[in-house]
Design a protein around this ligand. Structure first.
Ligand SMILES: [Zn+2]
Length: 305
């Protein structure tokens, strides 16, 4: 391996490839619907490791911890609040162990932070102090374990995203990426709370985000125009992680229909716009990531790793 660089330095050089979905992969591995995916960090660690390895073998340069629901509030909703440190630490260990198997190249570990699952008044009864405590419990583990970056993702409420981001900033020097999830309406792109992409870019960069972007909800081809808006608005690098289409429920399971080739074709258009980092969200698999890796560095990702 060459000289070790930080994530942001690496990002400035050429596009960085994140991994793909974890949640939909776990459901495909028979995680019971309604179960906490973070529980498998300790109960089925071999499954988590296998998924990380598959993404790295496909050419991903960032491995994302299985901690989307690892905030204290979200784990508490499953009765797992007391295991917050244990489950988040086990997740980082799985990601770092997978990285050890790919020592011939640089791999970054991203500590994943999802939404807390509650809303501020008037929609819900979330309080800023409870949200801060909830994120602190998770980020302290990431900081102690030495992740390379934090990925705050699938946010719909900018107020929540700002509090999570500022809490993370206080607790670690690691770079922080924040991606919101937008739907496409006749009048443009909006989060379910009504925030526009340019408003998101402005408020998140004001709050200190090193990378901003969009993930989930939309298929890659529906994110091309969104990526254009984000790149035009953002003073910092942009990250885009689309879904493999809209899920169709078949036998009680979500099935995604966008093929790796179709996904990669849309991602090529997104990369051509100047997006700095790409990866996949719900329904994407190592094959989707491999197809994108072929675009970024052709011919390097044929082997099984
Ligand atoms: Zn998703």
């Amino acid at each position: 391996m060459g000289v070790i660089t930080g994530f942001l330095e690496r990002l400035a050089r050429r596009p960085v490839l994140f991994d793909g979905a974890m949640g939909s992969m776990l459901l495909a591995e028979a995680l019971p619907p309604g179960a906490a995916p973070e529980l498998w960090n300790t109960e089925r660690p071999e499954v988590i490791s296998r998924i990380h390895r598959a993404y790295l073998a496909a050419g991903a340069e960032v491995v994302t911890t299985n901690t989307f629901g690892g905030t204290l509030l979200r784990l508490s909703a499953y009765g797992l609040g007391a295991r917050c440190v244990e489950l988040n630490f086990a997740a980082v260990q799985r990601a770092m162990a997978a990285r050890l198997e790919f020592r011939d190249r640089q791999v970054f570990v991203a500590g994943d932070i999802g939404p807390c699952g509650k809303f501020f008044p008037p929609v819900g009864d979330l309080a800023a102090a409870a949200l801060t405590d909830s994120v602190k419990a998770q980020v302290e583990v990431f900081a102690a374990a030495g992740v390379d970056l934090l990925l705050i993702e699938t946010m719909v409420d900018l107020r929540e995203a700002e509090i999570v981001l500022r809490t993370a900033r206080r607790l670690t020097d690691a770079p922080v990426a924040v991606t919101m999830t937008f739907d496409r309406k006749p009048r443009g792109y909006f989060t379910i709370m009504g925030h526009t992409p340019s408003e998101a870019v402005r408020r998140l960069t004001d709050a200190g985000a090193d990378v901003v972007g969009a993930n989930c909800t939309l298929a890659a081809e529906d994110m091309v125009e969104l990526a254009e808006i984000l790149v035009a608005a953002s003073p910092v690098p942009v990250l885009v992680q689309p879904n493999a289409g809209q899920p169709e429920i078949v036998d009680g399971r979500a099935v995604y229909h966008v093929s790796p080739g179709q996904f990669a074709a849309a991602m090529k258009r997104i990369l051509d716009l100047g997006v700095a980092a790409v990866g996949g969200c719900c329904g994407t698999t190592p094959e989707h990531i491999r197809a994108v890796a072929e675009l970024i560095s052709p011919g390097e990702h044929d082997g099984a790793g």
